[in-house]
Design a protein around this ligand. Structure first.
Ligand code: ADP
Ligand code: ZN
Length: 293
């Protein structure tokens, strides 16, 4: 018996199978190209486990349709990645693998991974952000994903511009929202080089930290989570977490009693495994839920 996990990212897909205890048995990764090409690789990978595969947990880039009653449930909807617009992701999987499929956003999956076996273990309220090619956020409150008419899009929150920053922003929808100012491509466009090429001592990191700290500030006041986890490529700058913590404390200015900062603003305990482990955990849960119904 194995469970499947798919992390469908805008840049790459990570597919894995794992056991009941969420240990990863086999994992593969390939670039996100067209649905035809990429989904063929997904299906080829899981076909090897056809006989043993119980269920699959999918975390996808989006926006996606998560409403069970909707005719387009399981679709990627208005994504800027044109080839994937209105793509029936869950339906495509179901046609080959007729078994339970859990379907949520990529950030929710990573959030869930940290919730079941990372920094969120034992907590009931956890928020996870990725700061990478885009900025996305997922939130669990009382053990449930927060969702309304759709899933949250917290990475596009509005933030105050840093006084030293005149960059106009990269978001095609909002220009200088958080993602438009602080995601990896915004760094590259502003400075002419990628974040990973920028020295730790560069003054820009103070500006980047101020944006991420504002994100933590807004999140704290709106959701009052027990922990906020920042993952994604940009957070691989190890000095950044401390800068964000310090800036966040200044912003909060004693207004609310936050948990100890070292436990409150953190990077993922599961590092790059958060999404895969979350996907496996969701695959397990969807079977339990199916049994209950
Ligand atoms: P994705 O968001 O596509 O899943 P990542 O989370 O790795 O992938 O994000 C990629 C972005 O993060 C790129 O814009 C890249 O320049 C930036 N990035 C990756 N590693 C680092 C690093 N060590 N420091 C700063 N930025 C980084
Ligand atoms: Zn935006």
């Amino acid at each position: 018996m194995v469970y499947g996990s798919i992390e469908a990212g805008g840049t790459k897909f990570v597919c894995a199978v794992g056991e009941e205890n969420l240990s990863i048995v086999k994992r593969v990764s390939f670039p996100t190209t067209t649905p035809e090409e990429t989904m063929k690789q997904v299906i080829d990978f899981f076909s090897t486990y056809q006989a043993d595969l119980v269920s699959i947990g999918v975390g996808s880039f989006g926006p996606i349709d998560i409403h069970k009653a909707s005719p387009t449930y399981g679709y990627i909807t208005s994504t800027p990645k044109l080839a994937w617009q209105n793509f029936d992701f869950v339906g495509t999987l179901k046609r080959t693998f007729d078994r339970p499929i859990a379907w949520t956003t990529d950030v929710n999956t990573a959030c869930y991974g940290e919730y079941v076996s990372g920094h969120g273990k034992g907590l009931s309220s956890v928020v996870y952000y990725t700061v990478g090619t885009g900025i996305g956020g997922g939130a669990i409150q009382n053990g449930q994903f927060i969702e309304g008419f759709s899933h949250p899009e917290m990475g596009h929150m509005l933030i105050k511009r840093h006084p030293e920053d005149s960059f106009s922003g990269t978001c095609p929808f909002h220009q200088d929202c958080l993602e438009g100012m602080a995601a990896g491509p915004a760094i590259e466009k502003r400075l002419g080089r990628k974040g990973q090429e920028l020295p730790a001592g560069d003054r820009f990191w103070e500006i980047e930290a101020s944006y991420i700290a504002q994100c933590a500030f807004n999140t704290t006041l709106m959701l009052s989570p027990e922990t906020i986890i920042f993952g994604g490529g940009v957070m691989k700058q190890e000095h950044l977490k401390k800068k964000v913590q310090e800036e966040f404390i200044k912003l909060i200015n004693g207004y609310v009693d936050i948990p100890p900062i070292e436990e409150y603003i953190v990077t993922p305990k599961l590092a790059d495994d958060a999404g895969t482990i979350g996907g496996l955990a969701l695959a397990k849960d969807v079977v339990d839920t199916a049994l209950e119904n």
